[in-house]
Design a protein around this ligand. Structure first.
Ligand code: EPU
Length: 417
């Protein structure tokens, strides 16, 4: 039996860090994960004139008083998806914004039309030229009603950030309900915003003239927690996973119970105990509170152990399947048909040189490597470090024989003009 501490949530910390750009004053952020997407984000803000001080390993003081809009580094911005929150923050504080197109994992097309629709509804004129998204408005941000055509975490949070210091009332309908949406609303409210309804599908934002600094602790990372839960199930282990909010893990827990894994819940921990054999099962990824798409590849690796044919229906992204070819190199019997992944489990996997195709695909091959005999080499592991804090150290603490050999950062290939 082992135990592991979960770090702060990547997808909550990112918007909260960029939302600091709305604030003239100091924000102290606790429970910040030590991961690449966060480091890139602090570099982006520093390059724009912000002061960022590390107070301890997980606590940072961010002061964006002197931030200059429109000056973010194009090459850094394109390294991650979350950098698009700078659009909402610049627009909200300065009434204009200019930020390069974001990057992020490659799952096929990842449109930002709902963000643009929201910014336009708030009174912005949006141009997308030369690799940049630019918002202009003569009268700043004006409250309005916005209905999103899809449940989008990024668009919901971006509009919430922009509208927090806008004029009048903004109502977001068909809002995303993920815990990180709620966490960002709580942060903004702690800074003096007036936001209600986050966590439901209708969010009301009454604009306030300005926000003030605050101290705020980020929620634990539900996907990191879920990844350890699934890794435990995949390796027939028994692990206590600390610093979690069990409510956020409900769908992940429910789908583990279905395959025969025991999950005991405590106030801020879960204890996962897995049998030798798992049962086959099906799942469809859905927006929260459904089963998260960010747990799909890990679950696929785990299901290689369940006898019979299991399936995963990926309803959020059109092409989150690049990791499948890597699992197949390890002997996994997996077929992808449209958006359905079928896994014929029960045969042992075998070690092979593989690569992390993206963040969650990377942790999936790492889980598969834990499941098989022999030594697996995982290339492109910098992609895993985008979202997992000290993954090798944490897995070693649970008994894995794992070490980082090298993790080079690829050189940016394209510059903005
Ligand atoms: N969509 C649109 N138009 C938009 C925005 C989204 O059609 O303007 C579609 C997307 O193509 C997708 C769906 O709506 O099919 C949901 O996308 P969403 O906007 O919710 O995703 P996101 O904000 O780009 C965040 C996380 C992802 C996570 C998704 C879904 C961050 C930085 N990223 O992305 O995290 O998969 O929500 O929960 O918060 C990860 O951590 O590995 C990761 C990919």
């Amino acid at each position: 039996m082992g135990s592991v501490e979960v770090s702060g949530s990547k997808n909550a910390a990112l918007p909260i860090i960029y939302a600091c750009a709305l604030v003239s004053g100091k924000c102290v952020l606790e429970n910040i994960p030590n991961i690449r997407d966060i480091h890139f984000s602090f570099e982006i803000l520093k390059g724009m004139g912000a002061t960022v001080r590390m107070l301890d390993r997980t606590t940072y003081e961010v002061d964006c008083t002197d931030l200059v809009p429109g000056t973010s580094n194009y090459d850094l911005v394109r390294k991650l998806r979350g950098s698009y929150y700078l659009l909402g923050a610049e627009f909200g504080r300065f009434g204009k914004a200019k930020v390069g197109f974001p990057g992020g994992c490659n799952f096929g097309v990842r449109p930002i039309d709902q963000h643009i629709k929201g910014f336009e509804a708030l009174g912005g004129t949006v141009n997308t030229e030369g690799g940049y998204i630019e918002i202009e408005s003569e009268n700043g941000v004006n409250g309005t009603n916005i209905f999103f055509d899809v449940s989008s975490v990024g668009a919901t949070i971006n509009i919430m950030i922009a509208a927090a210091t806008g004029k009048g009332l903004t109502i977001i309908d068909n809002a995303a309900k993920e815990p990180h949406v709620v966490d960002c609303a709580n942060f903004l409210n702690t800074c003096g915003a007036n936001i209600s309804g986050a966590g439901s599908d209708m969010i009301r934002i009454k604009g306030v003239p300005e926000l003030h600094g605050c101290s705020y602790a980020i929620i634990p990372d539900m996907i990191e927690a879920g990844s350890f839960m699934v890794a435990t199930a995949a390796t027939s282990g028994s692990v206590r996973i600390n610093n979690v909010i069990p409510k956020h893990l409900e769908s992940i827990t429910a789908k583990l119970l279905e395959v025969g894994v025991e999950v005991e819940e405590f106030d801020d921990a879960v204890h996962v105990t897995a049998p030798e054999k798992l049962r086959k099962t099906s799942v469809k990824t859905l927006p929260y509170p459904g089963f998260p798409t960010d747990m799909h590849p890990q679950r696929c690796a785990m299901l290689c152990k369940a006898e019979g044919v299991s399936s995963i229906n990926e309803s959020i992204y059109e092409n989150r399947f690049r990791y499948v070819e890597e699992l197949k190199r390890m002997g996994a019997q997996i077929k992808v048909d449209g958006r359905i992944v079928s896994i014929e489990g029960g045969n042992p996997l075998s070690a092979a040189p593989v690569v992390a195709t993206d963040l969650r695909g990377g942790i999936a091959v790492m889980i598969a490597a834990l499941m098989c005999e022999g030594q697996t080499e995982i290339g492109e592991c910098h992609l895993i470090e985008r979202g997992y804090d000290d993954i090798c150290g944490k897995l070693r603490g649970l008994g894995a024989d794992i070490r980082k050999v090298e993790c080079p950062e690829p050189v940016a290939t394209q510059k903005a003009n």
